[in-house]
Design a binder for this molecule. Structure first.
Ligand code: SF4
Length: 261
């Protein structure tokens, strides 16, 4: 093969992150768990957490037989624990009724996750644009694309790769080469087609991410850590953070005590 498309394919073969543990499976459940974890957690941390979590809950049925508290406990300190609760709800649905045709019917599964699981597990030729792929297609075309435009651009840029390989190749270009800051344009397999060859001007205008330190998220994390250790008197806990966790199904209040669900 010759030309830009084979350039991406060749780059992916040589430089793709093939060693990531979840790349070795085509099991839908295992892929779904990896995507849910990767949604808000860096790959390096997921690499540690994913095998142990899967060992505890290797199938939707295994998770459905557990309590949400068991799942939140196993989620550990991965952060954004609502994901664990939603995964448990999804497992109950799958165990009871099987996998839905449209994965977006599962709790916590949105447009991207549904497409990413179908592409990776079933090799369905559906575009899936995560944050890394989005950055690549925006930079290559030189502007912020709508979701539909981003889907189209992904298919165009990734061809003739399809489905699983197209998604993983572009995802890896975003993670390894077209990084948020200091993209490595001279080594990029897409550089000949790229309008910007660097960050979009508007990327510098993004507001800084809210710091974790001192945030409400941190207060929730502290309460959840106490509950993981066992039922705790409410008087010892941050009331607002506890109430927020209760509303999200991550904590239960029994009179003067709080615990995992
Ligand atoms: S040439 Fe640079 S900016 Fe363009 S896609 Fe490649 S790494 Fe990103």
């Amino acid at each position: 093969m010759a030309g830009r498309a084979s350039t991406l394919g060749a780059w992916y073969t040589t430089h793709g992150r093939h060693a990531l543990a979840w790349r070795a499976t085509r099991d839908r459940w295992a892929v779904l768990v990896s995507e849910v974890m990767l949604h808000q957690t860096q790959a390096a941390r997921v690499e540690v957490a994913w095998p142990a979590f899967l060992a505890k809950f290797p199938t939707p049925e295994a998770m459905a037989a557990a309590t949400p508290g068991d799942v939140i406990q196993a989620w550990g300190r991965l952060g954004y624990p609502r994901r664990a609760r939603r995964l448990w709800e999804a497992s109950r649905q799958i165990a009871a009724r099987g996998w839905p045709e449209d994965l977006r019917e599962l709790p916590g599964v949105g447009r991207y996750t549904a497409a990413a699981v179908r592409a990776q597990a079933d090799d369905v030729d559906v575009p899936a644009v995560d944050v890394n792929v989005r950055r690549v297609v925006d930079r290559v075309t030189g502007r912020r694309l709508t979701p539909t435009e981003a889907d189209t651009a992904m298919v165009r840029l990734g061809g003739p790769l399809q489905g699983r390989d197209r998604l993983l190749a572009l995802m890896d270009v975003g993670a390894l080469v077209c990084r948020p800051t200091a993209p490595r344009c001279p080594t990029c397999p897409l550089r000949r087609r790229c309008v910007t060859r660097g960050p979009l001007t508007s990327e510098g205008e993004r507001p800084p991410a809210r710091p974790f330190e001192g945030s409400f998220r941190q207060r929730r994390g502290i309460v959840l850590a106490r509950l993981r250790a066992g039922p705790t008197p409410r008087v010892l806990l941050d009331a607002d953070a506890l109430e927020s966790l209760r509303r999200d199904g991550l904590a239960v209040i029994d009179g003067v005590t709080a615990r995992l669900p």
